[in-house]
Design a protein around this ligand. Structure first.
Ligand code: SAH
Ligand code: SF4
Ligand code: F3S
Length: 467
């Protein structure tokens, strides 16, 4: 629903546009903006909204910071290395700004929700022009207006927001696929994780708003949507209408013209039989489930506050594979959680082998200030590195043997882009999220084609289009 707030922001877009028009006339060239995004799909989606506002304000969006008049970094703080990248890059931007005084530098995203970060930026990075957080990105036009009309660093960080502002402009990175937020925030408070602190409490969007957005996307050429939330399985809590995630999926499935539905992320503790049934009987929901394990040790799972056990996780995987035999399951694993022992890691490795993950993202635990795990006895670095290598080796071997099993079959592939490494090759994605490279040209982008999987390369395939 278009709200008052939307109208206010549309007015600010007009005001910024006028300011930029004058600048453009002065400089006799278009004004350019570059947005750099770190982190997850949710941040990527936020960046599309920010780009939409920038474009409406009159900026040309480019990828080269060097020739930009405005640089915006949408940050992530899930692990410390994400933060370090931002500080490192700010050094480069400072250098650019010394040469070009008119360059504007803006920061937003999850990292900005941490007070220690804001203090550090104010103290040591005072050349930054605008800082805002995750709760007020819908105010971007208003903040841009302030940046161009007020002096000094503008800092606007909110602790939370009950509001979900709909119908602001957006720019899509891909013409044929799009992320769609179905909920914001997280209530799970896994003890290692900073997301609930920087993204706030869980809020679901109204099903009509979601369905309408997808209908509009489809009318605009989108064939695949990715429903986004930190824990999509708890979708619907707090809405007036009683609706589960599985029921939402059914409504999305009914949208004519939509070909593929994906979603991220499913928390194992809330994955219902109803969802498995809906997936099993669906023609559009992709044969892929991302089901983060984090650890296979019951002791560690408890300390992580994940609220499932090794046994219940394995039983769930078995049930899913049984009901949907062609599904690919991917996962996230953390190694080096406080107090983790070699035996705990053995348990994780055991679950990897038994679950037969088609893909797994393995992370070294990163201590996040303010989370309960930061107060626990941390593991020794050398030990963690050794355990990480053990897990990684198993994960790679398992995925290789699972993925390789498809050799010779013919699969439907959504063609996404030109292969960067090889001339004349295109890259597409199968329903099970596995990538295929095959000969073709750009006219295939956005189309779903049949491809024979000729050669397995471990995590991906080389194939041939079947015409
Ligand atoms: N909501 C999703 C995860 C979002 S964060 C879920 O619950 O599955 C993506 C992944 O980052 C997590 O699954 C976890 O494996 C990893 N992660 C989160 N916090 C981390 C930390 N402090 N150190 C290392 N990895 C972390
Ligand atoms: Fe973080 Fe856990 Fe929420 Fe995922 S479910 S975002 S890991 S707190
Ligand atoms: Fe990072 Fe924020 Fe996503 S911390 S992983 S960008 S929700």
């Amino acid at each position: 629903m278009t709200s008052n707030e939307t109208l206010i922001q549309l007015e600010y877009i007009d005001k910024v546009k006028k300011i930029l028009d004058l600048k453009r006339q002065e400089l006799k060239r278009p004004l350019k903006a570059c947005v750099t995004t770190f982190g997850c799909q949710m941040n990527a989606k936020d960046s599309e909204k920010l780009c939409g506002i920038l474009k409406e304000c009159g900026f040309e969006l480019i990828e080269d910071e060097q020739s930009s008049d405005l640089v915006l970094m949408n940050t992530c703080t899930i692990r410390d290395n994400a933060n370090q990248k931002v500080y490192g890059h700010l050094g480069v931007l400072h250098h650019m700004k010394k040469k070009n005084k008119d360059l504007k530098i803006a920061l937003c995203g999850c990292m900005m929700q941490e007070s220690s970060v804001i203090e550090k930026l104010k103290e040591s990075y005072s050349f930054v022009d605008l800082i805002f957080g995750t709760h007020n990105i819908f105010k971007f036009a208003e903040l841009l207006y302030r940046m161009y009309t007020e002096d000094g660093m503008i800092v606007d960080i909110w602790e939370s927001t009950p509001e979900i502002v709909e119908d602001l402009p957006t720019v899509r990175k891909y013409s044929f696929k799009s992320g769609v937020n179905i909920m914001f925030g997280c209530n799970n408070f896994c003890t290692y994780c900073i997301v609930p602190y920087v993204r706030g409490r869980e809020r679901s969007r109204e099903p009509e708003d979601i369905v309408n957005e997808i209908k509009n996307l489809v009318a605009d050429g989108v064939v695949e949507v990715m429903l986004l939330g930190q824990n999509v399985n708890s979708y619907g809590r707090g809405l007036k209408e009683s609706i589960s995630f599985a029921q939402l999926l059914k409504r999305v499935e009914d949208i004519e013209g939509l070909e593929r539905i994906r979603f991220m992320t499913s928390h194992p503790k809330d994955l219902s039989d109803e969802l498995i049934d809906v997936m099993a009987s669906s023609k559009k929901i992709c044969r892929h489930l991302h089901l983060p394990l984090q650890s296979g040790s019951n002791r560690i799972l408890k300390a992580m506050n994940r609220r499932y056990t090794k046994e219940s996780y394995l039983a769930l995987v078995e049930k899913i594979r049984d009901r949907i035999p062609d599904i690919a399951i991917s996962t996230d694993i953390i190694v080096g959680f406080p107090g983790e022992t070699k035996q705990d890691v053995d348990d994780t490795i055991d679950v990897v082998i038994k679950s037969g993950f088609e893909n797994a993202f393995t992370f070294i635990y990163s201590k996040r200030t303010g989370t309960p795990a930061a107060e626990m006895q941390q593991c020794e670095e050398g030990f963690v590195k050794e355990q990480f290598d053990r897990v990684l080796k198993t994960v790679q071997e398992t995925a290789r043997s699972k993925v390789g099993g498809l050799e010779g079959s013919i699969c439907k592939v959504l063609v996404e882009e030109k292969n960067e490494h090889e001339e004349g090759m295109m890259t597409g994605r199968m329903s099970n999220n596995i990538m295929v490279h095959f000969k073709g040209d750009e006219s295939l982008i956005g189309k779903i084609v049949d491809v024979k999987l000729v050669q397995s390369k471990g995590f991906y395939y080389f194939g041939e289009e079947v015409v």
